[in-house]
Design a protein around this ligand. Structure first.
Ligand SMILES: NC(=O)CCC(=O)C(=O)O
Length: 261
C-alpha cells in the first residue's frame, strides 16, 4: 500500500488556489509512482486565517467534499483529505473527510480537541461525536487532527477498534517540533500501528509551521520524514502484516489490565 503525503505550503484564505494546488500535485503523483493513498494537511483550504473563516469556510463540507470525491474517482485513489473549515448550522468545525477509490465518503471526523495556542476555541466548535475507524483497501485505519495527538486515548481507542494505521493531519508550529515528532513515535510504539502524518510548511501571522511530516512503522522506526522548511512529497509504503508481526512479538494488547486503570 503506497502512500504519498503532501507537505503543503498553503495559500492563506484562498480555498480555490489551494484546491488548484492539490489538483496539480495529484496529477504529478499519478505520473510518477501512483500511490494508493494520498494525505493532505489540516485546514488546507484556508489555513489559520480564523477571522475570515465565516466567509471562506465550506458550507456543510461543500464544495471541497465534491471536489475530493471527484478527484478520488478520477484517479481511482484513496484520499485522506486533511481537514477543512466546515460551517454547519452556523458553527464552524475543523472537519476531516476520507474517500475511497470510488469517490465515496467513508468517514467524516470533526476535530474534538481545539487548540488554545492557535486561538481555535474562539472561532471553531469542537466535535461532539466519538472517533471511529474506517476501511480503505481492506485495511482498518483512523484519523485524528493535530492537537488531538496529545490525547493518547484517541489513538488507543482506534487501535482497540482494529486500526492498523493512524493518520495525523496537522498544522503544527515549529517551536513544538520535538513534541510533534516524539508523540507520533510514541503513538506508533504504544499502539503498534503505522502513524502517517501530513503537516504544512510556511509562516502565517508570525507562526512558522514545521513540516517534518512522518511515516512511522509499528516498531516506532521513522520510515520517511519531511524536511522542516519546504514543500515536498513524503513517500512510503504500509504493510499490514508488519502490524500483526509486531503485535505478536510484543503482545501489549493481550497484557493490558484495563479493569485496574
Ligand atoms: N493545529 C493544531 O492543532 C496545533 C497543535 C499544537 O500546536 C500543539 O499541540 O502544540
Amino acid at each position: 500500500m503506497k502512500i504519498a503525503v503532501y507537505q503543503m505550503e498553503l495559500v492563506p484564505g484562498s480555498p480555490e488556489e489551494n484546491r488548484e494546488k492539490v489538483s496539480r500535485w495529484v496529477e504529478t503523483q499519478m505520473q510518477e509512482d501512483a500511490p494508493d493513498i494520498i494525505v493532505l494537511p489540516e485546514m488546507w483550504t484556508t489555513s489559520y486565517v480564523l477571522e475570515q473563516l465565516d466567509a471562506t469556510a465550506d458550507e456543510s463540507s461543500e464544495p471541497t467534499q465534491s471536489y475530493l470525491s471527484d478527484l478520488a474517482k478520477k484517479h481511482q485513489i484513496n484520499i485522506v483529505g486533511g481537514s477543512i473549515a466546515n460551517k454547519v448550522n452556523g458553527n464552524i468545525y475543523n472537519t476531516s473527510l476520507i474517500f475511497n477509490r470510488n469517490g465515496e465518503l467513508v468517514y467524516k471526523y470533526n476535530k474534538i480537541h481545539l487548540v488554545p495556542m492557535l486561538n481555535e476555541p474562539a472561532y471553531l466548535t469542537g466535535g461532539e461525536e466519538k472517533v471511529e475507524t474506517f476501511e480503505l483497501d481492506g485495511v482498518r485505519m483512523g484519523v485524528i487532527i493535530c492537537y488531538d495527538l496529545r490525547f493518547p486515548e484517541l489513538a488507543r481507542k482506534l487501535a482497540l477498534d482494529g486500526a492498523q494505521v493512524l493518520f495525523v493531519v496537522a498544522e503544527w508550529p515549529k517551536p513544538r517540533t520535538n513534541h510533534w515528532v516524539s508523540l507520533q513515535i510514541a503513538r506508533a510504539i504504544e499502539n503498534q500501528m503505522y502513524v502517517v502524518s501530513s503537516n504544512n510548511v510556511g509562516t502565517l501571522d508570525g507562526v512558522e509551521y514545521t513540516g517534518a511530516s512522518l511515516i512511522v512503522d509499528p516498531w516506532g522506526e521513522v520510515v520517511a520524514k519531511g524536511s522542516e522548511n519546504k514543500e515536498e512529497t513524503i513517500k512510503g509504503s504500509l504493510n499490514p502484516e508488519r502490524v500483526v508481526e509486531v503485535r505478536k512479538n510484543v503482545p501489549v494488547f493481550a497484557s493490558r489490565v484495563p479493569d485496574l486503570y
